[in-house]
Design a protein around this ligand. Structure first.
Ligand code: GLU
Length: 343
């Protein structure tokens, strides 16, 4: 068995809030409970959303909470050469024989998509409320000559990775076992669809960067919110293709997944970094102790029966709890949580 390498992968779009701490604590415990490594990767590709200094706040808050990490911090914004190289490899490949395209007309694995946002919105239905819009595949069906003509003309385009359908048009299922949610199966074509890997402004998309990073950093344990379950399906597909482009066909990586119920605000919306009353900066300013925050998150993770102050160390070995495996309800932040923190 290879040693466990987990990761915390925050987007530096603001100060951490209690929902981020809950996910970070789970990732930390999952790795530390098996003497694994935990890497910190700052996901700062979305330049419009990145806030200057948010990376330093995240590191400072993690240290204050007692959540440490190993090795150098990785910044996605510093990995462009790597993304360029991997994209070039994928762009030279076709969708595998028998699962899309045909011998006479191979389907490129990566293809330019000239559709505008409005076209895509009109032609697709959002999926499961998880922000996935399944792309109808219009540009996948363009003739090669038409693609070349439009690129030569300088038409704005994103790049999409094709997901498979077999030669008979049957769709291919991707399955993985999650430590909390159990066996999950996704029909790639129907549930996820051809996914943007480079945006039309030239920025690499989250799904592609994360897949390249997790693979090249040797990450084999992923703990994060359940909203990313369909992302796991597409990321596994992208990673398989990246491995194939390196001539490595066998999946030896055995990535272990644990997706967590979400923390919601009092209106039932996913807690966002804009929800400032529960951000760690505000809590620290109110004199809340790190042990109180960890205790509340440990309670949400089903590790302790009632919130009490505790340190991450004393919880090692307790994640994932039976309770979390049995009950997958999202958690709503209510007055009780504020009371527990002494607010
Ligand atoms: N950067 C993402 C976030 O902060 C997490 C991505 C991931 O865990 O793969 O929501």
């Amino acid at each position: 068995m290879s040693p466990v390498i987990g990761r915390m992968a925050p987007s530096p779009t603001g100060r951490m809030h209690v929902g981020n701490v809950y996910a970070a604590l789970a990732a930390w415990l999952a790795a530390r409970s098996v003497c694994g490594k935990l890497r910190l990767r700052i996901e700062d590709l979305d330049v419009e959303r990145v806030r200057p200094d948010a990376d330093r706040w995240i590191m400072d808050d993690c240290s204050w909470l007692g959540l440490d990490w190993d090795d150098d911090v990785v910044y996605q914004s510093e990995r462009m050469d790597c993304y360029d190289r991997e994209l070039r490899r994928l762009s030279e490949m076709n969708v595998e024989e028998g699962i899309g395209g045909s011998e006479s007309q191979p389907q490129p694995l990566v293809y330019p998509c000239f559709c505008s946002r409005a076209d895509i919105k009109a032609a697709s239905a959002p999926n499961e409320g998880d922000g996935f819009r399944v792309y109808g595949g219009r540009c996948r069906r363009l003739a090669a000559s038409e693609r070349e003509r439009r690129i030569a003309r300088g038409d704005r385009h994103s790049l999409r990775i094709a997901v498979p359908e077999d030669a008979a048009g049957r769709q291919v299922e991707l399955a993985f076992r999650d430590r909390i949610y159990g066996m999950r199966r996704f029909n790639l074509a129907k549930d996820v669809g051809d996914t943007v890997i480079r945006r039309s402004d030239g920025e690499y998309a989250y799904q592609f960067a994360v897949s390249v990073d997790d693979l090249s950093m040797g990450v084999n344990q992923i703990v994060r919110g359940r909203d990313l379950l369909p992302s796991t399906a597409i990321q596994r597909w992208i990673m398989q293709q990246l491995r194939r482009s390196h001539g490595d066909l066998e999946d030896r990586s055995q990535v272990e997944y644990a997706h967590l119920p979400l923390i919601l605000d009092s209106h039932g919306r996913r807690l966002a970094k804009r929800h400032e009353d529960m951000d760690i900066g505000a809590l620290r300013a109110h004199g809340v102790r790190p042990q109180a925050v960890i205790g509340l998150c440990a309670y949400w993770l089903g590790i302790i029966d009632a919130p009490r102050p505790c340190s991450p160390e004393e919880l090692i070995g307790l994640f994932p709890s039976e309770r979390l495996r049995d009950r997958h309800d999202d958690i709503r932040l209510d007055a009780r949580a504020f009371r527990i923190l002494g607010l």
